[in-house]
Ligand binder design. Structure first.
Ligand SMILES: CNc1ncnc2c1ncn2[C@@H]1O[C@H](COP(=O)(O)O)[C@@H](O)[C@H]1O
Length: 355
């Protein structure tokens, strides 16, 4: 009844983005601007132009080449409050221009002491930039990430920062980072503290076979997460547990396909496990993960889902409604998003006004 899914339609769709790493969401063009400003300094002159360093022409990054882009490159470029604020503002503008109405941005607190940036100053800078951007069109909250390489003390520091800045828009804690590193049992106390302070929990889950042992996945589930990211290398027993708990799922089509994360080296979008979860009772949020690296904005993720899994305009609106169930931002934000989706649906009913 509503016609074909077009890119205009998926852009206009009022979307919630729930799994976007701040540093991974910075576009190469924005990094290029930061690089141009810094080129004259001795440190800046050592760095390659981000237009070639971050999005290699020939191939997408895979899960092995991916993490060093942050450690060896972007963190050395965006290493002071000025560049963090500038990049954050650009990221917010780009999500807003892509029709995102609700954003949970996540980031790992980091320091650059030679530039006067402590982890707390980093978090304050991101939060101030979010506050300055305003909430009229795009409502943004922050999730603080614990890196799998962290010690318990570092993880506790992140949780303490999250607690301290809860009233400024920090809504949760994430566990992320190279899935080949670290031991997830390290963080039990940190997650317990977060939960005790009503912070919500989202965990990167079953990203690669090595991080998907029964023991690791059961350990992660024992932390009582509210949502899980990626959820690729699971077993029927784990899936049954995820279903019975109705955990929200953050699924990242382009990231998983381009970074070659699907089981057995499968490379087609139609092989993505979105197909298995779609239509079940878990809330699914399509997410970009790192739009700056994988180059696929969230409107394109919805377009790809429609294209590869044969979803109609109506199905996409329903998918967006489903994602709202699992947001961390509270009841008022949920109602705001449901109203936006209702209004959008009415516009779609009027064939001449429809996007
Ligand atoms: C396959 N996708 C992924 N899996 C696991 N961790 C990921 C990720 N994509 C990004 N990160 C994590 O987010 C950091 C960058 O953003 P922030 O500096 O925190 O804003 C990366 O260093 C990595 O730890």
């Amino acid at each position: 009844m509503w016609g074909d899914v077009t890119e205009n339609f998926t852009k206009a769709l009022p979307k919630a983005e729930l799994h976007a790493h701040l540093t991974g969401s910075i576009s190469p063009e924005c990094l290029h601007e930061v690089w141009k400003r810094k080129r004259s300094s001795p440190a800046g002159s050592q760095l390659e132009d981000p237009l070639s360093a971050c999005r290699p022409e020939a191939e997408h990054h895979d899960i092995l080449s991916f993490f060093p882009v942050f450690d060896k490159y972007i963190y050395n470029l965006c290493n002071d409050t000025e560049s963090v604020a500038f990049a954050t503002e650009q990221v917010l503008k780009e999500f807003e221009a892509d029709g995102v109405k609700y954003l949970e941005l996540r980031t790992t607190p980091r320091e650059s002491l030679e530039n006067g940036m402590t982890k707390e100053v980093y978090v304050q800078t991101v939060l101030d930039t979010i506050a300055k951007h305003g909430k009229e069109v795009l409502s943004t909250y922050l999730i603080l990430s614990i890196d799998r390489r962290n010690t318990l003390e570092q993880a506790m520091e992140t949780v303490r920062l999250a607690i301290k800045y809860q009233d400024k828009g920090v809504v949760g804690i994430d566990l992320c980072g190279n899935p080949l590193k670290g031991d997830v049992t390290t963080f039990r106390e940190a997650f317990k503290l977060a939960k005790a302070h009503n912070l919500r929990l989202t965990l990167h889950f079953a990203e690669v076979p090595q991080s998907s042992t029964e023991v690791e996945l059961q350990t992660l589930l024992s932390y009582q997460p509210d949502r899980l990211g990626h959820v690729i290398h699971t077993t029927p027993a784990i899936e049954a547990e995820i279903s019975s708990r109705k955990l929200g799922l953050e699924l990242c089509l382009s990231c998983n396909v381009h970074a070659k994360m699907l089981p057995g080296g499968k490379r087609e979008f139609t092989d993505h496990h979105f197909a298995n979860w779609y239509g079940q009772s878990n809330a699914i949020a399509l997410c970009t993960d790192d739009v700056g690296i994988f180059g696929s904005p969230i409107s394109n993720e919805y377009f790809l889902a429609a294209w590869h899994f044969n979803l109609s305009r109506y199905d996409l609106v329903e998918l967006c409604r489903g994602a709202v169930e699992s947001i961390f931002g509270g009841e008022r934000e949920k109602q705001r998003l449901y109203s936006l989706l209702d209004e959008f649906e009415k516009i779609c009913d009027n064939a001449e006004a429809a996007p």
